[in-house]
Ligand binder design. Structure first.
Ligand code: FCB
Length: 460
């Protein structure tokens, strides 16, 4: 198996042992995944449809017309997957709960068989010495709630809090680490303004209502979790990539500042008790995104830790001086992953430093980092994904630099353990450290899994 093979990275400072020495023993090394991307079994045990089931069926929505119907069949194979993670040696696993498994209609009493799956998963993780981190929402809203207005309806604050309480009530005796939302900006903007994620809407005022209701739902659910779980540690995962002007012109500089205020600070400022950022307000207003939207200051985030999902550098290039008249994407000639994302390990260090300086969260956890590359299975069955190893090693090194500079960084989760359903790109992008043959569901650890094993072993 590739699992047993040694992998060396180009530079000695990126060797697992050298990297590991830069982290405290208590540092958390984990994997992250999400329900719709890995579970499959979309009709099992009373699960109701989610907006992703609906969206995936719209012609043209997903590459090659694929869906998460089967995905990695993790719902049935979770024991094998937990065993794989234990062999790799991670100390934590961040997974998400599928709301429509727990409440098929989005409201009402828990569907016990659905909730029982997460019970078994948590028990299996704990038995394997892996700490569960439960994320309550990774975009798979019950379709029944979308039919009632979804996240644009303020009633969602109550719906979400009730759901959070059902999950916390059931798992809270064994789970201390919680996350309310994954990437609220992606859910709000890609799902409701750009139309490329579920529910596929193209309506900015709706997207900004969705953003606002997520912030309110976060605060309300955090309160509910705290009342049920004494030692709860609550966070949220915000995706902050390194936003830079594409060229050194005033126009691109202004566009980059406008974009990060209208997107990243739009969530971070309210979470840290500052209300919506003024520049972000101006930009959204000028673009007409606030038509008919009344925004008051959302409650602060009540965060024990801030989760950071980081992947890339986002160069912003202005087409004109109008807000949102810009393009964001990798510059030609730069190093990129198969997502066409510009690789920027230094950006991770700089984003960590900026978050620490600007918001001073009590703790930061890197809740996602990873890369898609066109992996090749060798004739002998091995996957020598050296580019992924190199990507991960350089990002871990950047995290170590931030730690050394005083950032209270306590954990790092690789996205992801298994290759999985990459949203609108279907199965065409592989992020796993473990390869999945979707025809047979056979799992094969890649060289990167071996690298991660060595890193974690050396760090503990
Ligand atoms: C993040 C998502 C995650 C995965 C990675 C590649 O934006 O949170 O589900 O798709 O990107």
């Amino acid at each position: 198996m590739a699992y047993d093979r040694a992998v060396t990275t180009a530079e000695p400072r990126l060797e697992p042992g050298a990297l590991a020495a830069r982290f405290p023993e208590s540092f958390v090394w984990g994997f992250a995944a999400s329900a719709y991307q890995v579970e499959g079994a979309v009709a099992a045990d009373g699960r109701g449809p989610s907006i992703w089931d609906t969206f995936a069926r719209q012609p043209g929505a997903i590459a090659d017309g694929q869906t998460g119907d089967t995905a990695c069949d993790h719902y049935h194979r979770f024991l094998e997957d937990v065993a794989l993670m234990a062999r790799i040696g991670v100390t934590a696993y961040r997974f998400s709960v599928s709301w429509p498994r727990v409440q098929p209609e989005g409201v009402g009493p828990a569907n016990q068989p659905g909730l029982a799956f997460y019970d078994r998963l948590v028990d299996a993780l704990l038995a394997a010495g892996i700490e569960p981190l439960v994320n309550l929402f990774h975009w798979d809203l019950p379709q029944a709630l979308q039919d009632r207005g979804g996240f644009a309806d303020p009633a969602v604050v109550g719906w979400f809090t009730e759901y959070a309480a059902l999950v916390a009530g059931r798992l809270g005796d064994r789970v201390a680490d919680w996350m309310t939302f994954n990437e609220p900006a992606v859910f709000a903007f890609l799902g409701h303004a750009d139309g490329i994620h579920a529910p596929g809407l193209r309506d900015w005022p709706v997207a900004l209502r969705v953003a606002d209701n997520q912030l309110r739902a976060h605060a309300a659910a955090a309160g509910a979790i705290r009342s049920l779980v004494n030692d709860a540690r609550i966070g949220i995962a915000i995706d902050v990539n390194q936003v830079v002007p594409a060229t050194d012109t005033d126009r691109d500089r202004r566009a980059a500042a406008a974009w990060s205020a209208a997107r990243d600070a739009w969530f971070l400022d309210p979470l840290f008790g500052r209300g919506y950022p003024q520049l972000g307000m101006e930009v959204h207003r000028a673009a007409g995104h606030l038509a008919g939207v009344e925004l008051t200051e959302p409650p602060p985030g009540d965060l024990d830790y801030l989760g950071l999902n980081y992947y890339r550098r986002d160069p912003v290039s202005a087409r004109s001086d109008r807000p949102f008249d810009w393009t964001i994407g990798a510059r030609p000639g730069t190093e990129q992953t198969q997502m066409d994302w510009e690789v920027a390990p230094d950006g991770l260090r700089d984003v960590l430093l900026a978050l620490h300086r600007e918001y001073a969260p009590r703790e930061i956890v890197i809740t996602e980092n990873g890369a898609a590359y066109p992996d090749r299975v060798d004739p002998d069955g091995h996957i020598q994904d050296h580019r992924r190893v190199d990507y991960l090693a350089r990002h871990v090194a950047a995290a170590a630099e931030a730690l050394a500079a005083g950032v209270p960084l306590t954990g790092y989760h690789v996205w992801s353990v298994l290759d999985n359903f990459e949203w609108s790109l279907g199965y065409s992008r592989r992020f796993g450290l473990v390869h999945v043959d979707y025809a047979t569901q056979r799992r094969t650890p890649k060289a990167s899994a071996d690298w991660y094993t060595r890193l974690i072993a050396a760090a503990r």
